[in-house]
Design a protein around this ligand. Structure first.
Ligand code: ADP
Ligand code: ASP
Ligand code: MG
Length: 459
């Protein structure tokens, strides 16, 4: 069967939650991967299921069993409906039902102990991808049977290859071990008549504990596995036809970008564009794997290629908004004419495994932005207070303009601040990157700032 690429190109495709929404979405996504000639398909949980599983875990921990049961039934009903629609064979149905029983037992355990650790939370969340991938394997088999009867689809437990450390909730992949296991288990994938279907988002520690890579992590899983099997192309299929100049939900005029460099796309993902998990491009950059982003709902609409070199390098290519930011300002006269202060501060962030995004310093103070989830870590703030006066401002938005030669272009800052002259800018970060200019505004003004800047720079 003719596919989108040369027969010798190894393709990994990832489908997000909306592409797994119901049986029709799964069949449509399976058709796309067949047409693209993918050999490894990485899938997310069905849309909304990861949220349901998190709600289930917290309800089981903190509330009544009746309330938890309602959520379990919702998850069951949704997956059973897809299984019926796809005529899931008896043997697969048995596996799915066993998973649902396991989910109920685990929830019961959390409820009885009134304790849901990060480790338990990862196991709970893993059911989303484990269930959807069983169903998608069947969808893939249905389309293969019609168009490519000699081939078949096989379910692969990602935890057999995607080995991570034990940082539950945001585990880090062990790249060398993954490469070794990929070679062992999937070494012949290119020449097999099999399409492997596996789970995004989840992994396992070396001693078999289930982990997750953090919310939205299926993109990252797909990139890690693409690197592991030495793929030539990575495709990310979602609900929009590629990366747009900004989030289309904020700005309906946002346009799809046909090509973007790895560096720009990394900045865009890190600074808030939900379309790609921020870590996705690391393996792709390391292994020089071009990434395509498109819509499984309209594969013919084209999409965006993310790659090392691109022809067009505009000053402002795109912009992103990251909500729920906090600005932490540390002040102490001890910073004056002394050294080592920043080292002490960043050691604290390092010890608490909290990442800092934008930073500015003055003679006796330093301000930095964090995601608001960092405030849940009370010990972090306590440790910072040992070093300096700590001021925390909440509900801010980080606006980033992404493009090229941004820190060497006269007049750019004037144009930006003219467009938002009536909005207070709380902090600015410019200079560290050729590709990014970012600043902080009050959360209430974030979307308005994006709309005006989009009009000014993209039109
Ligand atoms: P998936 O479940 O397929 O991973 P996500 O919801 O994680 O999908 O990401 C897709 C969404 O990202 C889009 O529906 C869109 O609203 C949002 N988004 C944010 N910024 C951008 C952007 N610059 N271009 C396209 N989509 C964006
Ligand atoms: N299902 C996970 C989430 O919703 C991972 C993903 O979809 O990428 O965060
Ligand atoms: Mg996503």
């Amino acid at each position: 069967m003719k596919t989108a690429y040369n027969a010798d190109q190894l393709v990994v495709s990832k489908f997000g939650g909306t592409s797994m929404g119901d049986a029709a979405c799964m069949l449509r996504s399976a058709e796309v991967s067949l047409k693209q000639g993918s050999k490894l398909v990485v899938v997310s949980a069905t849309s909304g299921t990861t949220n349901d599983l998190i709600e289930l875990a917290t309800t089981a921990e903190k509330s009544s069993w009746e309330k938890a049961s309602v959520i379990i039934n919702k998850i069951k009903t949704k997956h059973e409906k897809i299984a019926t629609d796809l005529e899931l064979p008896e043997s697969q149905l048995k596996i799915m039902n066993e998973m649902l029983v396991e989910l109920e037992s685990m929830s019961r355990g959390i409820h009885l102990l009134k304790d849901c650790s990060l480790k338990a939370m990862d196991s709970m969340q893993s059911f989303g991808e484990r269930l959807s991938s069983i169903l998608f394997t069947q969808a893939m088999n249905i389309v293969l049977k019609k168009s490519n009867p000699g081939s078949k689809s096989e379910w692969l437990d990602a935890r057999e290859v995607l080995i991570t450390d034990n940082q539950f909730g945001k585990a880090r992949p062990e790249t060398q071990e993954i490469a070794r296991l990929c070679a062992k288990k999937l070494g012949a994938i290119k020449h097999e008549n099999t399409v492997y279907v596996t789970q995004g988002f989840i992994g396992s520690t070396i001693d078999g504990m289930t982990t997750t890579l953090g919310r939205g992590g299926s993109d990252y899983s797909a990139a890690i596995l693409a690197e592991g099997i030495k793929a030539d192309i990575l495709e990310i299929w979602t609900d929009v036809a590629g990366i747009a100049t900004t989030d289309p939900r904020i700005c309906p005029e946002a346009r799809a970008i046909s090509e973007i460099s790895f560096k720009e796309a990394s900045e865009l993902a890190t600074f808030g564009a939900k379309i790609l998990h921020p870590a996705t491009l690391m393996p792709a950059i390391r292994s020089q794997i071009p990434v395509f982003v498109g819509s499984s709902f309209g594969a013919h609409l084209g999409g965006t290629w993310v790659k090392k070199d691109v022809e067009d390098t505009p000053l402002v290519r795109a912009m992103a908004l990251r909500k729920k930011q906090v600005l932490v300002t540390l002040s102490t006269p001890e910073m004056l004419y002394s050294h080592g202060f920043l080292f002490q501060i960043f050691k604290i962030f390092n010890d608490h495994k909290v990442s800092v995004d934008a930073i500015t310093t003055s003679e006796i103070s330093v301000s930095m932005t964090l995601d608001d989830s960092a405030l849940l870590n009370k010990a972090l703030i306590r440790d910072l207070e040992q070093q300096a006066d700590v001021q925390v401002e909440e509900d801010l938005s980080l606006i980033s303009l992404i493009g090229n030669n941004i820190n060497h272009t006269p007049g750019l800052a004037k144009k930006i601040f003219d467009a938002i002259s009536d909005i207070n800018v709380r902090m600015i970060c410019l200079g560290a990157s050729k590709h990014n200019f970012c600043f902080i505004v009050d959360g209430a003004h974030g979307e308005e700032a994006i709309k005006r800047l989009h009009k000014t720079f993209i039109g």
